[in-house]
Design a protein around this ligand. Structure first.
Ligand SMILES: *[C@@H]1O[C@H](CO)[C@@H](O)[C@H](O)[C@H]1NC(C)=O
Ligand SMILES: *[C@@H]1O[C@H](CO)[C@@H](O)[C@H](O)[C@H]1NC(C)=O
Ligand SMILES: *[C@@H]1O[C@H](CO)[C@@H](O)[C@H](O)[C@H]1NC(C)=O
Ligand SMILES: *[C@@H]1O[C@H](CO)[C@@H](O)[C@H](O)[C@H]1NC(C)=O
Length: 449
């Protein structure tokens, strides 16, 4: 099917405005597995998009494999776009098959949330989610509709996997889902939640940036003192419940890190950030600290080449995307509306999940700075969960990509319903950096290995 003529024109104009080449040609490969997608109206004027791929294992029916829902970060990063084409879906962003796709071992459900993300959209400005409670209640509407329309998945073990801010949303969503199942409003076989490089306790991340970078030869004594000083200011604001101020100080802390590290990449410390100038948009004239944070943390998830793919051939394939909705077009508003939520910790939600007997997995990339592993360990130590001392006393076990390999790929520790995976040689986007290990971890978490 040809793209909408009107959209074509708009997109050509946009591309010209952005000074980009329009030469990219995508050819969608012939469909292999079964896929379905749709919108759910989660509130008045708020429409959420989901895209489901049925597992394509050669030896197992989808009904014998788990269903994994993937939640992207940002907030404003698209699961159907970034998670699907850059991380775990069947095709990469050049539409070549991905060897390490999770689809070989699970059915995959990508949801663009919060509303306004990816192909999800709102019709009115006041409709964006402004807190975690709204994010979770919107998702309950979506999941209730999904499991009612797809009853074949009601008995299939259902897992939520997530990344970054998606981890914080996943925790909130998992708790609401657990309650909804108890109350009988949603029929599904919820089996666990996995929090990847997750934004559960942002201030614990910020506080560990200094020591982490220092130990990696990315700060000198002077730099360590400067980073620690601004981190203490973030802590102070969080302790006083001044979350918007804490958000602003978080942005400042990042600038102090950049100045002292010659621009380390927050998503993988062994690489350098793209220079800010390369990422500037028309927004540069109105830049506030929030817009700056948005550009740093969400724009790379909506990079131009992925946007071309989603707004071009993918949109044409899906057919149901409204004309006036462009993929990623509302992402900035999604991000800005969550301003008051960014720095709020969600540790107590994880405690409630553990208390309720929900299986919780935490996984983290060794080279991630924005959500470094030391910060994750710091909030885990703060859990009130009665079995935490037992968990802490255990020794971790090494994991290898395959039985023939002697290269340590990860470490794992688990006790009762809490597991922690230390993923080596991976940054913030674990499946992008260590696809084999990420797939193996998913299989371990879902009881397939
Ligand atoms: C796969 O499972 C579904 C649901 O249980 C069933 O309807 C379908 O017939 C199965 N397909 C095969 C090829 O066994
Ligand atoms: C898209 O752009 C990003 C960043 O510039 C790059 O890392 C990635 O490889 C590109 N992908 C494709 C399919 O060209
Ligand atoms: C949930 O999935 C497990 C594993 O497949 C299965 O044993 C169990 O019966 C399922 N439970 C429900 C309520 O469907
Ligand atoms: C949690 O995980 C364990 C180990 O994989 C499994 O035996 C148990 O059934 C899971 N619990 C729930 C509630 O899914």
């Amino acid at each position: 099917m040809e793209p909408e003529p009107r959209f074509c024109l708009v997109s050509v104009l946009l591309l010209l405005l952005l000074g980009l080449s329009t030469g990219t040609i995508f050819d969608l490969p012939a469909d292999e597995g079964k896929e379905v997608w749709d919108y759910v109206t989660v509130r008045k004027d708020a429409h959420m998009f989901w895209w489901l791929y049925y597992a394509t294992s050669p030896c197992k029916n989808f009904s014998e494999l788990p269903l994994v829902m993937w939640l992207q970060g940002g907030p404003g990063g698209s699961s159907t776009g970034f998670g699907n084409f850059e991380e775990i879906g069947p095709l990469d962003s050049t539409l070549k098959p991905r060897k390490t796709t999770w689809l070989q071992s699970a059915s995959l459900l990508f949801v663009d949330n919060p509303v306004g993300t990816g192909f999800s959209y709102v019709k009115k400005d006041g409709t964006y989610a402004r807190d975690l409670a709204t994010v979770a209640s919107d998702m309950m509407v979506l999941l209730e509709s999904f499991f009612n329309c797809r009853p074949e998945f009601q008995t299939v073990p259902f897992y939520i996997f997530s990344e970054s801010y998606g981890g914080k949303m996943a925790a909130g969503i998992a708790l609401e889902l657990h309650k909804a199942i108890q109350e009988g409003t949603i029929k599904c076989n919820f089996s666990g939640v996995a929090l990847g490089d997750s934004w559960i306790s942002p201030v614990d991340s910020v506080l560990s940036w200094g020591p982490y970078l220092y130990s990696m030869s990315l700060l000198d004594d002077q730099g360590l003192a400067e980073v620690s000083q601004v981190a203490e200011q973030v802590l102070d604001a969080v302790n006083k419940g001044l979350y918007k101020e804490a958000t602003q100080l978080w942005g400042q802390a990042e600038m102090v890190v950049e100045q002292n590290t010659d621009g380390v990449n927050f998503y993988n410390i062994l690489t350098k950030s793209a220079p800010m100038s390369a990422m500037k948009s028309s927004l540069e004239f109105t830049q506030s600290h929030l817009v700056h944070l948005y550009q740093r943390h969400v724009r790379h998830l909506n990079q131009d080449n992925l946007s071309q793919l989603m707004n071009g051939p993918i949109r044409a394939k899906l057919k149901i995307i409204p004309e006036d909705c462009s993929w990623g077009g509302q992402a900035e508003s999604v991000f800005l509306n969550m301003e008051g939520d960014f720095m709020k910790p969600a540790i107590s939600i994880v405690d409630e999940l553990l208390e309720a007997g929900v299986n919780v997995t935490v996984y983290n990339g060794q080279l991630d700075l924005i959500v470094d592993t030391m910060g994750q360990e710091a909030w885990v130590r703060k859990l009130k969960w009665a079995d935490l001392p037992k968990f802490t006393q255990l020794k971790w076990q090494p994991l290898y990509r395959d039985p023939q390999s002697s290269q340590t790929a990860a470490f794992v520790k688990s006790y009762k319903n809490l597991a922690f995976y230390w993923i080596l040689k991976a940054g913030h986007m674990v499946p992008s950096d260590q696809g084999d290990m990420a797939l193996k971890m998913m299989k371990l978490v879902t009881g397939q290995e």
